[in-house]
Design a protein. Structure first.
Length: 229
């Protein structure tokens, strides 16, 4: 389904799960998890603008723009699933899921965050990260407007982590880059109801490297245990 150029897909019935992909990927990155979970959950995926099957944004696609789009997706999932959703996000998608939870916690039952960090307070670290995003955008053929969504310009999420109280499962690939393993550990130590799952043999994309183990970790989320229909 396209809504204003935003590509959204929904499968199954039951308690809602919303998947948000990482930078330079699209919703198809979750195909294995969708196939496994749609039997007893409403599973919703979407493509960030300028990624996959969503239209290119006509102007810089800011974090706030992406959160508005995520709100559209979550509202649909909540309406069809009959209750708040579990948000599953990879890397950038995990960061956006954290930011969204800070804005609209009443729509979020829980979080599953893969290879996710909380952002930066150190300006030099922020600049270095943003430089890496520019390189990834060029390699992944992501336009300048679309790549803005991954650029860090403040410390909003890391500064407000104490406000997130829903249950959180953090998934970290044992072979991922140190920055992402450190980010997952940081979140696990600062989010009130967090559990860290380390997956051997997985890199930055554990849902692709070890799909069955990631699906099992999603199913084991406290909100989803026993929630299937």
């Amino acid at each position: 389904m396209d809504r204003g150029g935003l590509h959204i897909e929904a499968r199954g019935n039951g308690s809602p799960i919303v998947f948000t992909h990482g930078f330079a990927r699209d919703g198809r990155a979750w195909d294995r998890q969708v196939a496994a979970l749609a039997g007893d959950h409403l599973v919703v995926t979407w493509d960030l603008r300028g990624h996959g099957r969503s239209e290119d944004p006509p102007a810089p696609y800011t974090r706030e723009d992406a959160l508005a789009d995520l709100g559209t997706v979550v509202d649909r999932a909540v309406a069809e699933g009959g209750g708040p959703a579990v948000l599953v996000g990879h890397s950038l998608g995990g960061y956006l899921s954290l930011a969204y939870t800070l804005e609209r916690p009443e729509t979020v039952a829980g979080l599953v965050l893969l290879s996710t960090g909380p952002g930066f307070r150190n300006p030099e670290s922020m600049v270095a990260y943003n430089r890496g995003i520019a390189k990834m955008a060029a390699a992944g053929n992501i336009g300048t407007n679309a790549s803005e969504v991954a650029v860090h310009r403040d410390s909003m999420v890391i500064d407000r982590l104490s406000e997130i109280t829903c249950p959180v499962v953090l998934i970290s690939g044992a072979e991922d880059l140190p920055i992402y393993q450190t980010g997952a550990k940081y979140l696990s130590e600062r989010l009130a109801s967090a559990r860290l799952v380390r997956i051997d043999g997985a890199g930055h994309e554990p849902h692709l490297d070890r799909p069955d183990e990631v699906t099992a970790a999603v199913r084991a989320h406290p909100v989803l245990l026993g929630a299937g229909r």
